[in-house]
Design a protein around this ligand. Structure first.
Ligand code: 3H9
Length: 692
């Protein structure tokens, strides 16, 4: 026995209690504890039945993911489940919180399962690039039928206790303490002499699908649609299919082999990195664990434009009433009407009910005049990206907002310290940078000003989480983490057009990698905003300027880097643009050359990683994983690659540095030389992840 698993005796019933905070993962100590504990109970005639239950906030949350990078050792789930399934004594799993992955697999090794109504049961392995590896692909189809099983395993989405009862995954719902409920249920089983069976020997729910396999193939094909770029969904479907023709033990052996192969593969490693990076990003340096966030019950968003409307919708979606503040009635009316239309079209597409859409829209009320922020606990300014406008507004907010209110700016580039300096309460000022479309994209960069108070940071992060965003704390610099790196990426993309590539070639490389191409993205965002600001600053971008001068502002004008048929968002390469690009190169005396897809890929990624290294060195991001989270949730970076900084670590920083040196020479661009931090790490054979 280990200290993580103990045996309690309850009047003839043994409780095998797992207590391994925070989430009772199946680390090696827990697995030894379960195995040895069960052996002891089975050998002890004083016990007629067994309850497997957990202390703390949840039942077993799955395998200990941290151990996947180590050599696998200790008892496996098959060995533990074989003991549980031993028919000499009934075993009851009492589930509260979650039973996920290996947690559900352990529960399915038991003869009975009871759960709370709110419990979440599922096989989320696919989200880590895996298949269930402890018999889940074989026991779940036997518990609920292969069709529902393949849906749950391929999607990785959990079901609650109520649904689990309906499907036959659990036997009963309980309320209150799992040990008490489990023991009561076990006594009932003993008193009633209920027959008990193990799922491994019960093929009854497989019979109809064995007779008509198309039921399973169709369900699998439908479930796999969501994640085409990943290997795991396909593997999950394949493994569930084995329940129809392979013997149980043979199928479980194959399942383990496939699990182990995926575990050691690049996609799963990347997705596991994302899992931990996301969790680490919520830890904010300098904010002690006992810092309490301020209460936020009322929110005002200033500016009813696209961003302001999207931000307001994010609050409304979380059930938080929000005041949308404008200076002019017509701007407010336009903003509110856009919000309403957005909700209506989501409802029309089946994304939510009409009632729900109306309820959410009703949470957003319009107000005219900045003084309307007076009762707000949180004010989010979402006006034009012009410093003077922001400064004026914050100077006024300082006088109008109530004491203790948090004053957030949604600036995407500007100096939050300069904005905060317009107030007498710079400690209450913070950046909350949402990404477009703000009601959809999950990232929120929380920009820490020089004087932002710890509880303001904690509140901004907590509020972001409340509205289902992923907050990442970043420091002040031009463009923070995401946009600062984006600028570097876009600069390279534009250079490649001048040197020999065409937009469709560059975008195809990005799309193959798994994200939207930089030119399709520019067309979506609109080319005119950058063009106007370049005119003000005297900067140039020869090809894009020429496009804009010809009225090609992107999707909104039906033409930009591509052509768009009326009402369509799909880009069509345009010979006119190709000619314009060739002509611009000629005009600038640039001899065009063939640029390979490999070069495009490296130039889109390595310079931005280099900028990421500078960002880390300057302390603008706290960890390399934070930068990855920014790109995953703010820009649609493909999760199965782990993010730019993870790619750099996996590639090897010495290789990345070498390629950057080559690019710098090619381009005679000193900014492409490896950043000092990258050089240092490359020399020492280190990684960004090791910095922490
Ligand atoms: C599996 O089971 C494979 C099997 O089929 C076969 C095996 C042979 N391992 O999310 P939180 C840590 S694959 C290690 O903030 P919440 C987490 O990093 C697994 N650590 O809490 C964090 O640590 P820290 C299938 C884990 O309440 C802390 O716990 N299971 C694990 O918002 C709190 O986490 C899954 O994929 C783990 N399994 O949510 C479930 N889980 O404090 C993955 C959590 O140092 N887990 N941690 O940052 C979850 O979905 C959520 O964590 C959970 C709790 C819902 C459990």
């Amino acid at each position: 026995m280990t200290s993580s698993v103990t045996i309690q005796s309850h009047d003839g019933v043994a409780v095998l209690l797992v207590d391994s905070p925070p989430v009772n993962a199946l680390g090696i100590a827990v697995r030894y504890g379960l195995r040895d504990g069960m052996r002891e109970i089975l050998d002890n005639p004083a016990y007629g039945a067994v309850v497997v239950a957990c202390a703390g906030r949840t039942f077993v949350s799955g395998a200990d993911i941290r151990e996947f990078d180590l050599e696998m050792s200790g008892p496996g789930l098959d060995e533990i489940n074989a003991l549980f399934e031993n028919r000499s004594k009934p075993v009851v799993a009492a589930i509260h919180g979650v039973a996920l992955g290996g947690g559900l697999e352990i529960a399915m090794g038991c003869h009975f399962r009871i759960a709370t109504r709110e419990a979440k049961l599922g096989q989320p392995e696919v989200k880590l690039g895996l298949i269930p590896g402890g018999g889940g692909t074989q026991r779940l189809p036997r518990a609920i039928g292969p069709v529902r099983a393949v849906e749950l395993i391929v999607s990785g989405d959990p079901i609650d206790g109520t649904e689990a009862l309906k499907l036959g995954l659990i036997d009963e719902i309980f309320e209150g303490d799992p040990v008490t409920a489990g023991v009561a249920f076990a006594h009932k089983v003993l008193t009633e002499r209920r027959p008990f069976r193990s799922l491994r020997g019960d093929d009854s729910k497989l019979v109809p699908v064995r007779a008509d396999r198309s039921l399973l193939t169709e369900a699998a094909a439908k479930a796999m649609k969501r994640n085409r770029a990943l290997d795991a969904p396909q593997a999950c479907a394949e493994a569930v299919g084995w329940c129809l023709d392979a013997a149980f033990d043979e199928a479980v052996r194959r399942e383990w082999e496939l699990f182990a192969r995926l575990k050691d593969g690049a996609q799963s490693k990347a997705l596991r990195h994302v899992f931990f990076a996301e969790r680490n990003s919520s830890k904010i340096t300098g904010v002690a664990a006992d810092v309490r966030p301020r209460k936020v019950n009322s929110v005002a968003v200033i500016g009813a434009g696209t961003m302001g409307g999207g931000i307001a919708m994010s609050f409304a979606n979380a059930g938080i009433p929000v005041k949308l503040v404008e200076v002019a009635q017509d701007a407010l009316d336009r903003g509110l009407s856009t919000v309403r239309k957005n909700y209506e079209s989501t409802a029309a597409r089946g994304g939510m009910s009409m009632d729900d859409a109306a309820r959410r829209a009703a949470l957003i009320t319009g107000a005219i005049g900045l003084e309307q922020v007076a009762d707000a606990d949180l004010v989010v300014e979402a006006l034009f990206e012009t410093m003077q406008i922001k400064k004026d507004v914050f100077e006024r907010l300082d006088k109008l907002a109530k004491p203790g209110a948090i004053l957030a700016t949604n600036t995407s580039f500007l100096d939050v310290n300069a904005i905060a300096a317009m107030t007498k309460r710079p400690y209450d000022v913070v950046g909350m940078h949402f990404f477009s479309p703000a009601n959809i994209m999950k990232l929120c960069e929380i920009v820490r000003g020089a004087q932002t108070a710890p509880d303001v940071l904690a509140t901004a992060a907590a509020v972001a989480r409340r509205i289902a965003k992923v907050p990442v704390v970043v420091g002040v610099c031009h463009g923070f983490v995401g946009n600062r790196m984006l600028l570097v990426r876009i600069a390279q993309a534009r250079k490649m057009l001048l040197e020999g590539a065409l937009p469709q070639q560059v975008d195809a490389v990005a799309t193959k990698f798994g994200m939207m191409g930089p030119f399709a993205m520019s067309d979506l965002a609109g080319l005119d905003i950058g063009w106007r600001s370049r005119k003000d600053s005297g900067e140039t971008s020869p090809i894009e300027d020429a496009l804009c001068e010809g009225g090609r502002f992107g999707q909104k004008t039906g033409a930009g880097y591509y052509r768009y048929e009326r009402g369509s968002r799909s880009p069509t390469p345009d010979p006119e643009v190709d000619a314009l690009i060739l002509d611009t190169s000629r005009r600038l005396n640039i001899t065009r050359r063939d640029i390979s897809d490999t070069e495009i890929h490296e130039r889109l990624i390595y310079p931005m990683i280099n900028e990421g290294a500078r960002i880390l060195d300057e302390g603008i991001a706290e960890r390399a994983g934070d930068i990855d989270v920014v790109w995953l949730y703010g820009y649609g970076w493909p999760a199965q690659t782990g993010g730019p900084m993870f790619i750099a670590d996996q590639t090897g920083l010495a290789i990345v540095a070498e390629r950057l040196r080559y690019m710098a020479g090619l381009d005679m661009d000193e900014t492409l030389r490896p950043a000092p931090l990258m050089e240092r790490l490359a020399m020492a054979g280190g990684t960004f992840a090791s910095l922490k």
